[in-house]
Design a protein around this ligand. Structure first.
Ligand code: SAM
Ligand code: SF4
Length: 354
């Protein structure tokens, strides 16, 4: 078993601006392969209320000291720079678990003020959402994706190492009541919950949730992922077809990661994000900010460019935007999971922000 180093302080973090040789003069976040990043993922914490085996180690990630995390004002400033100067069209808060941050409502409200035109969304495990859904909506959050892999309580407990299924379902219902929709469900494909996939789809259809299954990527902290044993999209579709009639309807738009199927003639749909077997790196339009304020151009690229030092060192918005552009210019072509030379990134999913 490969142990994955989680020592966040050892990351390859660069305070200098990466090379912009050959970059055309454009405000947008273009890369060498002609892709333009318009979808911003902001991780706001490494903490989490669950310990999903495909993401976190049992003991959780090393705690990032509070002063090293971006504050609400710093996050909002980056969101504003992204929206006003870099062509960002959607912002999603993630982590770790965003709901573990006490100032989440403030983060949303200040980001809303900094980027009034840009939709704000959140990816969450749903725990605690029942108490905060209305406040988050009032602060300007538009939509949530809730991660839920199974509605079998024993399987949920073993996969997440916490017996919290009822809390997640309460969170989903609160999101629906608050109008944080369309509410999407994200389910990572794992062998131990594959038998539960049909029941999860039935649960989603009954509540009007848009379920998307995601192929597991080699981003688990324990380093257990193996290409030969992972559950593929094809395997899932065969399994779902035993209970549902599925008709392919394609992608919502070319950069949408999910391929969609109509379920039993509709209107319900199910999506499959085949991130490993049918990668969509060619159409990737994401840029990421980690909880410590570095730009990460790809989930699988460990080179990170520090913006926090600039935020705290008196840099103006133009200087910060330029460094962000330079970081994205260096984005790699794709994750290369199937290449013989593939090396897992140092950070696990919870430490990047999925
Ligand atoms: N805690 C929140 C949650 O679970 O929704 C937000 C952070 S989590 C890292 C973001 C998304 O990444 C979740 O939908 C989760 O299922 C997914 N994820 C985590 N590890 C993954 C992996 N190894 N492969 C694919 N998706 C993964
Ligand atoms: Fe936490 Fe989300 Fe990772 Fe699960 S996937 S451990 S809920 S950060």
């Amino acid at each position: 078993m490969t142990r994955v180093a989680l020592g966040l302080p050892e990351m390859r973090r660069s305070a200098a601006s990466p090379s912009v040789e050959g970059r055309p003069r454009t405000d947008e976040l273009i890369d060498r392969f002609g892709r333009v990043a318009r979808d911003l993922r902001v991780s706001i914490t490494e903490r989490c209320s669950l310990r999903c085996t495909y993401c976190m180690p049992a003991e959780g990630l090393p705690v990032i000291p509070r002063p090293e995390l971006l504050g609400a004002g710093e996050i909002a400033r980056l969101v504003g720079i992204g929206a006003r100067m870099l062509g960002i069209r959607e912002v999603r808060f993630t982590g770790g678990e965003p709901l573990t941050r006490g100032d989440l409502v403030e983060i949303v409200a200040r980001s809303r003020a900094a980027a009034p035109e840009v939709p704000l969304a959140m990816t969450t495990n749903g725990i605690g959402l029942d108490r905060r859904a209305t406040a988050l909506r009032d602060a300007g959050l538009g939509r949530v994706n809730v991660s839920l892999d199974t509605v079998d309580r024993a399987h949920f407990t073993s996969l997440t190492r916490r017996d919290r299924l009822p809390a997640v379902i309460a969170g989903i219902d609160a999101a629906l009541d608050a109008g944080l929709g369309p509410v999407k469900l994200n389910a990572v494909l794992m062998r131990e919950t594959l038998d539960d996939a049909s029941e999860l789809l039935a649960f989603a259809v009954a509540r009007g949730l848009r379920l998307r299954f995601i192929e597991q990527m080699p981003l688990d902290a324990d380093g257990e992922w193996a290409r030969t044993t992972m559950v593929t999209a094809d395997e899932l579709l065969l399994r779902l077809s035993e209970r549902f009639r599925l008709e392919p309807i394609g992608r919502e738009d070319p950069s949408a990661p999910a391929e969609e199927w109509l379920v039993d003639g509709g209107p319900a749909t199910v999506g499959v994000i085949a991130s490993v077997t049918r990668d969509f790196c060619e159409a990737c339009d994401r840029t990421r900010i980690t909880a410590e304020g570095t730009v990460r151009s790809c989930l699988f690229g460990d080179d990170e460019t520090d913006l926090r030092g600039m935020l705290r060192g008196g840099a103006d918005d133009h200087e910060i935007a330029d460094r962000w552009r330079a970081a994205m210019w260096g984005k790699r072509a794709g994750h290369g999971i199937d290449d013989a030379s593939f090396v897992r990134p140092e950070r696990s999913m919870g430490a990047i922000g999925g």
